[in-house]
Design a protein around this ligand. Structure first.
Ligand code: GLY
Length: 344
C-alpha cells in the first residue's frame, strides 16, 4: 500500500492506494470524530465497507446526467432528514462524476462537512477524487458550478478496478499517459497501483502549490484543450480519458510546430499514448472548425487559444497560439478511417 500525503495546512489529508485500502474507512471516520455517516454510493452496498458509526446509505448513478444541482439538493435533503451534523461525515463511492457531485454536496451542506472519497474507477483514482475540485454541470456547460472542497481522505482501493470493463480502464489510462509530459517518471510497464500512486503524487505536489487553479495546476490539463473539445464535438461518445489521449498527441504536434520541442519528443507523445492502448487519431467525423470553436471556449483561454504545451523548460500554459497554426496541426492529424473512433 502507498500513502500519498496532500499537504495543504489544516486541509491536509492522505491518499491511500492499494488492494483492500477501503477497509481503512472506519479508522478514518473514527479519527474525524464523526458520529454519523451518509454514504452515497454508485456501487452495490457490499462495495462500501463498514463506517463504524450510524450510517445512511444513499444510491447514486455514475454519469454526467446526474451531475446536476438537483442531485445536490436531493442529497442535502437526505442528509438533513438523517440528522447529519457539521461534525459528521459524507462518504462517496463511485466514479469521478459521483465523487464530484457528492463532494459538492458535502461542500455546501452546513457550509461544509467532511467528505471521504472511495473512487472506484481508474480515472477517479488517478485524478478526479484528489485535489478538491467538485462541480456539477449546467445546460450551458460542464462543471460550471462548483467549489474547492478538499476531502479528509481518499481511499483508492485497487481491488475495485478488477471489475472495470476495458474501456473504463482506458478512460483512466488517458490521464496516466498525460502524466509522462508534466513531470512524472516513465510509468509504462509499472503495476497499476504504482501508476496510480505516481499520478496522485504528481497531482498532490502540483495542488500543494496551486490549490485554486491560478497557474501551475493548469499543467494537469495537458491534452485537455483538444480533449474537452472532442468530448463535446462527439456528444461525449468519446470518454474523457480517450479524448485527452488524442489531445495529448495533438499537444505534442502543436508544440513541435511551434518549435518548442524536437521531432523525437513529438514522436514520444505518439509512442506513450499508443503504449497505453489508446486511440491516437481524430475521429473521422469531427469538423476542425467545430473543434476550433470549442477550444476557444476552454476555461484556460482568457485571450485567444490556450494550450498546455511541452517546451525547453517543461510543460507550461501557452496563450494566444495563432489559430492558423492550430488549424494546420489539426488538419495534419491522422484520422480514424471509419466513423467509429470509439472502440468498445
Ligand atoms: N483534473 C484537473 C484538476 O484537478 O485540476
Amino acid at each position: 500500500m502507498a500513502t500519498v500525503p496532500v499537504r495543504l495546512g489544516d486541509r491536509s489529508y492522505d491518499v491511500l492506494v492499494g488492494p483492500g485500502v477501503r477497509a481503512s474507512l472506519a479508522g478514518v471516520v473514527r479519527r474525524l470524530g464523526a458520529q454519523r455517516a451518509a454514504v452515497v454510493s454508485a456501487r452495490p452496498a457490499e462495495w462500501v465497507p463498514d463506517t463504524g458509526v450510524e450510517t445512511l446509505l444513499l444510491p447514486a448513478r455514475d454519469g454526467e446526467q446526474d451531475k446536476t444541482l438537483s442531485t445536490v439538493e436531493a442529497l442535502c435533503g437526505e442528509f438533513a432528514r438523517f440528522g447529519l451534523t457539521r461534525s459528521d461525515v459524507v462518504v462517496s463511492c463511485g466514479g469521478g462524476t459521483t465523487t464530484d457531485v457528492v463532494g459538492l454536496a458535502a461542500a455546501l451542506y452546513h457550509r461544509g462537512v467532511a467528505v471521504v472519497h472511495l473512487p472506484t474507477t481508474l480515472l477517479a483514482q488517478v485524478d478526479a477524487s484528489v485535489g478538491g475540485k467538485t462541480a456539477v454541470n449546467l445546460p450551458a456547460g460542464k462543471n460550471l458550478v462548483g467549489a474547492f472542497w478538499q476531502p479528509s481522505a481518499v481511499l483508492c482501493d485497487t481491488d475495485y478496478l478488477s471489475t472495470l470493463p476495458d474501456r473504463e480502464l482506458r478512460n483512466g489510462l488517458g490521464e496516466i499517459a498525460r502524466c509522462h509530459f508534466i513531470g512524472a517518471p516513465d510509468l509504462r510497464g509499472l503495476p497499476t497501483a504504482e501508476q496510480i500512486a505516481a499520478g496522485v503524487t504528481l497531482k498532490a505536489r502540483i495542488v500543494e502549490q496551486d490549490e485554486r487553479d491560478a497557474g501551475l495546476r493548469h499543467l494537469l490539463n495537458y491534452g485537455h484543450t483538444l480533449g474537452h473539445a472532442l468530448e463535446v464535438a462527439t456528444g461525449f461518445a468519446l470518454r474523457h480519458g480517450e479524448a485527452v489521449a488524442i489531445g495529448t498527441v495533438f499537444a505534442g504536434r502543436l508544440a513541435g510546430e511551434l518549435g518548442r520541442i524536437d521531432q523525437a519528443r513529438v514522436d514520444e507523445h505518439l509512442a506513450v499514448v499508443g503504449h497505453y492502448g489508446l486511440a491516437t487519431a481524430l475521429p473521422a467525423d469531427v469538423e476542425p472548425e467545430v473543434l476550433l470553436r470549442q477550444m476557444r471556449r476552454d476555461k484556460k483561454a482568457i485571450t485567444g487559444l490556450s494550450f498546455v504545451l511541452d517546451g525547453p523548460a517543461g510543460a507550461e500554459l501557452v496563450s494566444d497560439v495563432p489559430p492558423e497554426v492550430v488549424a494546420r496541426v489539426l488538419d495534419r492529424m491522422p484520422r480514424e478511417r471509419a466513423a467509429g473512433a470509439v472502440r468498445t
